[in-house]
Design a binder for this molecule. Structure first.
Ligand code: GDD
Ligand code: MG
Length: 350
């Protein structure tokens, strides 16, 4: 009864210019392990979910990339969306599709771009979550102990109970502003939402009925897993609201539960989070490839696509410098959440 949905439709804009619309980071081998992020995600979950039950949902533009990188999956398990509508839409679509095949299914929803170093711990927590989801009307998320006031994450406050392995969520705050993130961190009361969700299809569909009723209505009429599905989805999608599952459902629902998990987890979502996972020199610089001459440089992230391009950096501290064939980025590390905005502005001036 256990299914998996890998969400792989984002463009990874905070990781520009390494991640681009044509070649988003989930399809790249960001840490140089030999497997791309989506392949690593698949490798992990396929140990406990049979491959017939693993789906990838992505933009239709990336379906062929997904097929190339995951040849193990049947073509019908790789689902293309006609346009980007953020994560609420892809979640209701997949819940409906899986429910049409198996009305009692549990599903785990995985982002395609996360690093998880402690695989055994991860698989144990997922087993626990599947178990809970099959018996309870719970929307379950994995919670990570926060290490910095990152404004790119959801923050979860839970009702503490001694000796428990899962807790009822009291508040869920998606991407708070910096002051609030700081106060959450200081209170010691909060976990980061890992963005990994486990629920029964009945529970999540009921949550959509309650909190995103219009979207629920829009997805009612399709005949899933039939020839008509694609035509029907193409008709619905332009009208669907663009909202994340976090803002649309998890901030509102009353039956959210968290399983705290120490996973060696990192969302390789921004330069800062990637920085934490790279090897650093004695001055805390990370460099790929290691050919740029550095003088008096500290705490920088330096990446050049072309290792034959000569480069010298002098006197720079805590900066991101990324050079690719098409783009050059130079910005303070602490501004890495603004990269999304830079791209928007670039579209307007070019
Ligand atoms: N199919 C599809 N369609 N996938 C999408 C879409 C879409 O329109 N938009 C995003 N995705 C995929 C991304 O590729 C990624 O794998 C996943 O969904 C999550 O989207 P992000 O855009 O990376 O979300 P986030 O990182 O800003 O926030 C989420 O993850 C954080 C932890 O990494 C939230 O759940 C936060 O609460 C959480 O802390
Ligand atoms: Mg992310």
């Amino acid at each position: 009864n256990n299914y998996c949905v890998i969400m792989a439709g984002g463009v990874g804009s905070r990781f520009w210019p390494m991640s681009t619309q044509k070649f988003p980071k989930q399809f790249q081998d960001i840490l140089g392990t030999g497997r791309t992020m989506i392949q690593q995600t698949y490798d992990r979950i396929s140990q406990i979910v049979p491959k017939e039950n693993i789906y990838v949902i992505t933009n239709k533009e990336y379906v062929s990339l997904t097929e190339q990188q995951l040849p193990e999956l049947k073509p019908q398990n790789i689902v293309g969306e006609p346009m980007m509508k953020n994560t609420a839409a892809c979640n209701i679509y997949m819940a409906k599709k899986i429910a049409a095949e198996n009305p009692d299914a549990n599903m785990i929803v995985l982002p395609a771009d996360h690093l998880i170093l402690k695989e055994t711990a991860f698989l144990q927590k997922v087993e626990l979550a599947f178990n809970l989801a099959s018996k309870n009307d719970y929307l379950i998320t994995l919670g990570i102990t926060p290490t910095r006031p990152d404004t790119g994450y959801g923050y979860i406050q839970f009702i503490d109970k001694k000796n428990a392995d899962h807790f009822k969520v009291k508040t869920f705050t998606e991407k708070p502003i910096l002051e609030i993130a700081k106060s959450f961190l200081e209170s010691g009361d909060f976990l980061w939402n890992a963005g990994i969700f486990i629920w029964n299809v009945k529970s999540i569909l009921a949550a959509f009925d309650a909190h995103l009723e219009e979207m629920s209505q829009q997805f009612v009429s399709c005949e899933y897993n039939t020839e008509d599905e694609v035509r029907c989805i193409e008709m619905i999608y332009p009208k669907v609201t663009k909202i994340s599952i976090d803002n649309g459902i998890l901030e509102k629902a009353k039956n959210v539960y968290v399983i705290p998990a120490d996973l060696g987890w990192s969302d390789l979502g921004s330069w800062t989070s990637v920085y934490e996972n790279y090897d650093k020199d004695e001055n805390e610089n990370t460099m790929h490839p290691k050919h740029v001459l550095l003088y008096n440089a500290k705490g920088n992230i330096v990446q050049f696509k072309n290792k034959n391009k000569a480069a010298v950096i002098d006197g720079l501290q805590n900066y991101i410098v990324v050079d690719t064939d098409k783009a050059l980025l130079i910005c303070p590390r602490e501004n890495d959440q603004l990269i999304k905005d830079y791209i928007q502005d670039l579209k307007n001036v070019r």
